[in-house]
Write a protein that binds this ligand. Sequence first.
Ligand SMILES: Cc1cc2nc3c(=O)[nH]c(=O)nc-3n(C[C@H](O)[C@H](O)[C@H](O)COP(=O)(O)O)c2cc1C
Length: 210
Amino acid sequence: MSDLLNALNWRYATKKFDPQKPLAPEKLARLLEALRLSASSFGLQSWKFVVVEDREKRTALVEHSWNQTQVVDASALIVFCRPTTFKIAEVDRLIALTASARGVDESGLEGYAGMMKGFLGNLDATALRHWMENQIYLALGNLLSACALEEVDACPMEGFSAENYDELLGLGDLGLASVVLCPVGYRSADDAYAGLTKIRYPAEEVVVRI
Ligand SMILES: Cc1cc2nc3c(=O)[nH]c(=O)nc-3n(C[C@H](O)[C@H](O)[C@H](O)COP(=O)(O)O)c2cc1C
């Protein structure tokens, strides 16, 4: 099996992390860099990855996480956030960065900017929120694969109260709202879930060739 498939078979949604096993800073940095490199619609990157390492803060989050202790026991907790409001000026910011990074004139990117603004301008607040969340889930998937290749354990988590997280972590003051979580670290030697057979529908069923 390829390294990638071995890694994806090795990974699992870790239920019990070893609180005594921290991730080396350079390991965490590599995972965050993988996150930063995630693909996004138009490349707009409307996300922030909030890293919570402070155990006291994370202890307070457990009761707002369906009492799931991964949020405190893992080495770090990554809270995937979207901006509370998407500002259309973000398009101009991306265009300016693209022009300077690639050494091209902004005027050559006007068509692209117009297309982005046209698309985004047609979305109401709910659709914009969904659009941002879709990008964030893509980044989450990317992180899970990166973790697997780095032999780091992770648990994607939707089982939490976004409202309480936003309040406890002061995310609203940063103009952010939490969307999904991913604690990262190392599995506990006695996590019973580590040895469970992976449950996936067969390829013939999930891959449709037409
Ligand atoms: C978006 C999302 C949210 C999830 N939320 C939780 C969660 O709150 N708690 C948990 O223990 N597992 C959670 N899971 C893990 C899934 O249950 C798990 O990925 C699935 O059962 C497949 O198992 P595997 O990842 O171990 O292969 C979540 C997974 C995803 C993708």
